[in-house]
Design a protein around this ligand. Structure first.
Ligand SMILES: [Fe+2]
Ligand SMILES: [Fe+2]
Length: 259
């Protein structure tokens, strides 16, 4: 789709399109850019994993998972094309995530790749739960973005058990390896956000270094305590528990509200 047609569908985005805050908007943009990269890894891993699958119900759930993740990727790529119009290129840090996932694809066994995908899907589900609980306090200057993030969070919660259940039919890893996997996922995620968000902000401020530092610094000072208090570390590390199952994360009746 050409840029004019995209703008007509999505609308022009102000730099502070989320919550009237340029830093919050930059965080959402970093998330949107990394989404198709992660989903490409999930789709490939699940497609390969399910080819050895005998359970017809699980194979059907995997098929639906692939369909949903493909739709998410398409919708985010469309949104990212609008972001690219003012950012010029994809954020720094994205190539690092791609390289790490490529390395996992080339060097890890099927069951380890499924374990990594299950850990990433767990992170997506925990973040989606947080998002669904807090979205009433978010304001969007873009109806497309609001609908996109809402749909994505709810569908992530809806299919949160699929990769885990597929992984369980393979050789799974012990608690220590799960701890290592989720820790690496969180470290890589923090590194990506730590690189991409300042870069996006720097582009949005017209490459003004001092303004970028001041905006970031005041955002961190204002939000650090509440962000740390709200970070669901116990839920994130519940992945390492022996009795862990993604279905226990949230009551499904709370996921699908009337729109
Ligand atoms: Fe997704
Ligand atoms: Fe997902």
């Amino acid at each position: 789709m050409n840029p004019q047609a995209l703008n007509a569908e999505i609308g022009a985005l102000p730099p502070n399109w989320c919550n009237e805050n340029i830093v919050t908007s930059s965080v959402m943009e970093a998330v949107s850019f990394v989404t198709p990269v992660l989903e490409g890894f999930f789709i490939r891993t699940v497609a390969e994993g399910m080819s050895q699958q005998q359970d017809a119900t699980l194979a059907q759930r995997c098929q639906e998972f692939i369909q949903e993740e493909s739709n998410h990727s398409r919708a985010h790529k469309k949104f990212n094309n609008v972001l690219l119009a003012y950012l010029g290129k994809s954020p720094r840090g994205l190539a690092l995530v791609s390289a790490l996932l490529d390395g996992a694809r080339r060097h890890l066994s099927m069951s380890k790749r499924l374990g990594l995908a299950a850990a990433l899907e767990h992170l997506a589900a925990v973040m989606s739960k947080l998002y669904v609980h807090q979205q009433d306090s978010l304001m969007f200057a873009s109806a497309y973005a609001e609908a996109l993030f809402d749909m994505h969070a709810r569908e992530e919660l809806g299919h949160r058990s699929v990769v885990f259940d597929l992984w369980q039919t393979n050789e799974t890893s012990g608690r220590f390896n799960r701890f290592l996997t989720i820790s690496m996922v969180l470290l890589a995620g923090a590194a990506y956000v730590g690189i991409a968000v300042p870069w996006i902000l720097y582009q949005k401020t017209g490459k003004r270094f001092a303004k970028t530092v001041i905006l970031l610094g005041s955002f961190v000072i204002k939000n650090l305590v509440s962000t740390l208090a709200q970070t669901p570390m116990v839920e994130l590390f519940s992945f390492t528990r022996g009795d862990f199952h993604p279905a226990l994360l949230i009551d499904d009746s709370k996921v699908n509200r009337a729109q």
